[in-house]
Write a protein that binds this ligand. Sequence first.
Ligand code: C2E
Ligand code: CA
Ligand code: CA
Length: 695
Amino acid sequence: MLSLLSYIVYEHNLVFLILAVMTLGLGSVVTMKLFARMRRTEKDVRQLWLILAGLIGGGTIWSTHFVAMLAYESNLILGYDPVLSIISLLLVVATTTLGFYVASLTQRTYLIEIGGLILGLGVGLMHYSGMAAIHLSGVYHWDTTVVVFSILFGGGFGVVALNRISRPVTRFCQQGGTVAFCLAVALMHFTGMSGFTLTPLNIDLEVTELISEEILGTGIVIVMALLFLTTFITSTIDLKNAEATSEHYKHLALHDPLTGVANRLGCEQYLTKVLSRTGDSTTNVAVLSVDLDRFKNVNDVHGHAAGDHLLRTICQRVTDILGDGEVFGRFGGDEFIAVKSKVFTERDALEFGHRILDSIRKPVVWQEAIFEMTASIGFSLFPRDGIKPVELMEKADLAMYRAKTRGRNCAVGYDEKMDTAVKERTALAMDLSSAIENDQLEVYYQLQNNASTRNISGVEALLRWHHPQRGMVPPDIFIPIAEETGLITALGNWVLHRACKEACEWSLPVNVAVNVAPKQICDPEFPATVHETLLKTGLSPARLELEITESGIISDTAQTLHIIRQLKNLGVKIAMDDYGTGYSSLSTLQNFPFDKIKIDREFVKEIHTNKHSSAIIRSTVILGNSLDIPVLAEGVETEAHLKFLHEQGCQQVQGFLFGKPMPHTDLQAILDLQNGLENVSEFPKVEEKRALRAS
Ligand code: C2E
Ligand code: CA
Ligand code: CA
């Protein structure tokens, strides 16, 4: 070991020595990187990386050796044999490549270490063949033990080098492999040289056949420079390719494949970025929720290909009108989001919304069809309506729902008061959809009484919803929601069935009135549903009265009249509900065969305070009498109400004076009581009771 150190320090020119160390250092780093790169590459380009790694690795070993030889200060070196020098280079490139190749055949087996051994032994082979290329003025001798040791060093560290690169356990293993590679080359060289003794002799050789030290030095520099340059260019191309691929995948992950615009993730990322940038400025950011109106119809009628074409065209058109700081993306289905930064007033956001609407409204041609779409747009403003992306998107959505309820084809901004109500309604609508199956509904009954005798003439069925959290939700709240969502048909059918069924259980067979929503009365299936319900429950048709409002009639008068006639053919009665509140035209009463007119409770409430109300009641009663249709007044709360109505000739009344709507069991108790009274005493209205039973 001592002789090795003294050899390095005393017998070398330090400048060349440092140059050798630098060549080795740089070469080792690059070589090990290339080897690692090759192991991670797919089959087809792997060979190219292998060749590059072999060239750089072999070139590094070879140059290190010869630069170190140049550092060897001796005038006994006569020159270098060109053929042998080149052969030594080819040998080391070949063994290095082979070593790498063998090690790359596997991910786990000992072929890795065998490859490392080939690499290390190749260093020895290069060293001794390179030494053979040197022409010396003297007789030399190798110490066999030292030579064996040098080869062992080379092979051993070669094994360690590839082992560390191929079986990493920490992130420092690549550096470990590089150090081992350096040691394989350096220890091999210097140990080998320390076993080398030269006895000077004055041999005169033909020097012209040999390469001088200067030419060799220049050659090494050129070879290495070319190799490093090649590696640098290749690695840069590689890096750029990797970046391009990752950009491509990033694009795919953030964009919608159908339309090419940003997808949900892309929009959210963009919004987060914009909001974080706007944190310290005075401008606003608008977030727009865009939903196509009745897009489902296109898909249902013309197929998905038409729907896709429409979505693509709309996205293209909207993208074309985007200005600076404006982005449009698709959330899925027919839901889109748009973001506009640098918004100063709400008007800027509205203008952007209208611009989007305009481009959506342009006709889209598909085969023979032309689609004229509209959209509902809602927007929220940062920071006015929220500072988090999720919050802003939610509020834009709420505003969009309001745009839908306002008749679609418009853009509206978020309004806390209005949109919270929309949110409430949406939540209620969701709960209502499962109210039947969760057994949360009940039918209450309110008495209808004869205005002069005060006897019970019938009852009205009124729906009640027991909400698990909110308690009893009034029908004034949930019936309009059910009408909007279409749930009203299911609810109406449920009430009809329940009321008919329960009416069969009553001891006094009074009439039962059931409310029918506009949507139900326009449904051609409705008479069949009623017929089926009567058959199933066994209720006599004459005991059923259906209350309809004018709004249910006017949408399609001819159709509704047809349905009402069918219902009347079943033997069912029809009452005109809420008379006076709607259009209440004389012609409606003339044309429709009503069995009862119900004056709305609003007029009764104002009998004594509002001249017009009392006049309307009076004229309605006269009208009813002249058309031979009985009149019932709703909302009778006081004796004074009853007196007035009775005086005017109103035959029936309904209101809190006789009882609030009550559960079925309470009604049964009342009916039982009246039935008992009728049976026990000479109740004056036996005739009426008979008439009821007979009907
Ligand atoms: P409506 O058909 O006009 O029903 C009468 C409403 O007036 C009932 O309200 C009843 O409780 C109330 N009322 C009765 N007497 C008085 C009174 O003396 N004073 C006052 N201030 N109010 C009185 P309810 O039960 O809350 O029902 C409200 C509305 O909900 C009903 O008005 C009806 O339009 C609708 N509705 C209820 N059940 C159904 C149903 O099963 N189907 C349909 N389509 N609508 C229903
Ligand atoms: Ca009613
Ligand atoms: Ca009414």
